[in-house]
Ligand binder design. Structure first.
Ligand SMILES: Nc1ncnc2c1ncn2[C@@H]1O[C@H](COP(=O)(O)OP(=O)(O)O)[C@@H](O)[C@H]1O
Ligand SMILES: [Mg+2]
Length: 430
């Protein structure tokens, strides 16, 4: 479905939602021999096409909740409703074909190639060989892996981040409306994690799936989530709200502690690179004469040129000094290029700038195409604006509350803009 959408479609807010809504209706899980329920009467609605992050301390029931949605774990009580259909009783294997599942390090089968791993569900669905092969390549492109280079590799021949990308491609193979992710970026280094997060955001912009993602990292939840559900033990919902409102109005002391120190600074995590004004740059291509590039720098009063490849992806960022040493521009990609996705947060951008010597970063959009340059000064200005905004605006629609007993909206009609939440018995909230 995404084949015809150009990389720039990410600016279109009206792109089609392909996700399905999910309703957990009074769902409980009691493991044999456990005194307390791992998930205790949880009711929450996950709106179609949104990313909902489940956060909370270890052992609070996040993974159990997630696995009950695709019935890797059978609920002891309650119903799971997918786009209005009660799927609690249907065959679990059929259900799992409609729900992609991503775990840490991708969970790839080590003895299968990348292509075979991705093709598992399409093959089970009886797709033709050609269709499967085309789909594998399309998905590899989507997760920014060159199909020719990677489709025949084995998982051990990939970095952790690349394995994770393949895991996402595999989960998306049959175009399921729902994607479940359990701490997907927990096993990769911080820089790779930021890239994978940015990629997930840009994939989601294109595909508009319903994504339920478990994390123990509150900053990750703020960055990725349209909504964040904060759990305590027994998957009791303490707060289910937008990142903005959780930061501005934590429901209780537990949430405050969970958010941690510096909630004010975390507002920075709410501003994304594409919300600030980018600087333009002089661009050039491999093969260009350095002297031509230098004279264009002179004309436009710039000190650096961004070298882009045939698909507008940045390869190098060269200073006048570096250009002066070259006759023609080369085509290699500088692995240390300070690049940040346009959906990255200002926090991420700052991190990346701080390790680059330039005090600025290259911004890329869909499928890594070059958009412009963001510098430290721009971020400083945006920071103070974000702080000012955070103090004044909490006016959007309120979340809809419910009791675990019945799905009754307390705050007017449920229009899909606010999540249902269980009135957490005694755990806080409104
Ligand atoms: N297979 C199992 N058998 C018994 N208890 C389990 C099992 N899986 C999880 N639990 C328990 O259920 C609770 C919730 O676990 P889990 O959903 O994995 O939490 P989280 O993902 O938030 O860390 C924990 O107390 C855990 O020990
Ligand atoms: Mg877990």
């Amino acid at each position: 479905m995404s084949d015809n959408i150009p990389a720039t479609a990410s600016t279109d807010p009206a792109s089609v939602i392909t996700g399905a809504s999910i309703l957990l209706d009074q769902v409980s899980k009691r493991y044999p021999g456990q005194a307390k329920a791992a998930v205790d009467g949880l009711t929450m609605e996950i709106p179609a096409g949104k990313i909902v992050m489940l956060v909370g301390p270890s052992g609070c029931g996040k993974t159990t909740t997630l696995k009950m949605i695709n019935r890797l774990i059978e609920p002891t009580e309650g119903r799971i409703v997918l786009d209005g259909d009660d799927v609690t009783g249907i065959n679990g294997d059929d259900l799992r074909r409609r729900i992609g599942y991503v775990i840490q390090a991708g969970g790839l089968f080590p003895h299968m190639t990348v292509a075979t791993n991705i093709a598992i569900v399409p093959k089970m669905l009886g797709w033709s060989k050609d269709r499967v092969a085309a789909r594998v390549d399309e998905l590899l492109e989507l997760v920014s892996l060159d199909p020719a280079q990677y489709r025949d590799r084995f998982p051990r021949e990939l970095s952790g981040g690349q394995q994770q990308r393949v895991g996402v491609a595999r989960a998306l193979a049959a175009d399921p409306p729902v994607l479940l992710m359990d701490e997907p970026f927990g096993a990769v280094d911080p820089i790779t994690r930021v890239r994978l997060q940015d990629e997930l955001i840009s994939i989601q912009k294109e595909l508009q799936k319903t994504i339920v993602c478990v994390t123990h990292d509150f900053d990750e939840a703020v960055k990725l989530g349209d909504w964040i559900a904060i759990f305590t033990e027994g998957a009791q919902l303490v707060q289910y709200d937008t990142p903005e409102r959780i930061l501005a109005e934590p429901a209780n002391e537990f949430v405050e502690n969970f958010i941690g120190a510096g909630a004010g600074l975390k507002q920075l995590t709410l501003t994304r690179v594409n919300e600030v004004e980018l600087q333009s740059a002089v661009t050039a291509s491999p093969g260009d004469l350095s002297s031509d590039v230098l004279s264009r720098l002179d004309q436009q009063g710039h000190d650096h040129a961004v070298i882009i490849d045939g698909r507008n992806r940045p390869l190098q960022w060269l200073s006048r000094r570096q250009l002066a040493r070259l006759e023609r521009i080369g085509s290699t990609r500088d692995p240390r290029l300070p690049v940040v996705g346009e959906r990255a947060t200002l926090n991420d951008a700052l991190d990346i700038m701080l390790v680059s010597s330039v005090g600025a970063a290259l911004v890329t959009g869909g499928r890594d195409s070059f958009r412009g340059v963001v510098d430290v000064e721009t971020i400083m200005v945006a920071m103070s604006q974000a702080h000012a905004r955070a103090r004044t605006s909490h006016a959007e629609g309120k979340p809809v509350g419910i009791n675990t007993g019945a799905l009754t909206a307390l705050d007017g009609p449920h229009d899909g803009t606010a999540p249902l939440r269980s009135a957490d018995r005694g755990a806080g909230g409104e």
